[in-house]
Ligand binder design. Sequence first.
Ligand SMILES: Nc1ncnc2c1ncn2[C@@H]1O[C@H](COP(=O)(O)OP(=O)(O)O)[C@@H](O)[C@H]1O
Ligand SMILES: [Mg+2]
Length: 215
Amino acid sequence: MKGVFITFEGCDGSGKTTQISLLERYLRDMGCNVLVTREPGGDTVAENIRSVLLASESQVSPRTELLLFLAARAQVVDFVIRPALERGNIVLCDRFADSTVTYQGYAREQDLDWVRRLNAYATNGLTPDKTLLFDIDPVDGLSRQTDRNRMESETLDFHQRVRKGYLAESRLFPERFHVIDASANVQLVHQAVLEALKDVIKPENWKTGNCAIHP
Ligand SMILES: Nc1ncnc2c1ncn2[C@@H]1O[C@H](COP(=O)(O)OP(=O)(O)O)[C@@H](O)[C@H]1O
Ligand SMILES: [Mg+2]
């Protein structure tokens, strides 16, 4: 695959969406072809699944929740992410498979081996080149949010399990994960993002306009 696949993970309010737009602008200014997408969502079918999953009034069984997140992922992988990577784009994705491992696996306490296997099926084996984990105490992250969807309205204990799960995953895959202190101010976090990606998106390739080359 010619492109570069970067995923943004972390608790709600950790700054993923804010940092994706800063990085998108930075990369576009460099002349890169960037595709930004989010999970669950990213195309019409997946956005419809998103509204079912996140509606506050939805009563969703843990198994349904897992399968719907995976269904949305399969859709966006096949129709959005893989085609963009084949075109050579830099793909920035707001949440991906690690969210399922942490939220449905660690926090919702569903069997981790099952979750991993189903994830592999849903992604058809697609793994991010780099995953940025925005780490923050959920108390601070959630206090930045005004509106809360169904997942965000979970207990603090749930969000603490999410944080622990993310950190456990980052230790299992230290090559792919880069943990960023998300409690710092927006500009400092942005600098940490650029630093984390310097080997994946090489500035020397930007000059040739061929900006999405693997190291
Ligand atoms: N580093 C930061 N410090 C303080 N507030 C932040 C920071 N990053 C983002 N915010 C604010 O916190 C809220 C949640 O940020 P957002 O990027 O939407 O987080 P996420 O997408 O991870 O849920 C927004 O109002 C945003 O402006
Ligand atoms: Mg967001």
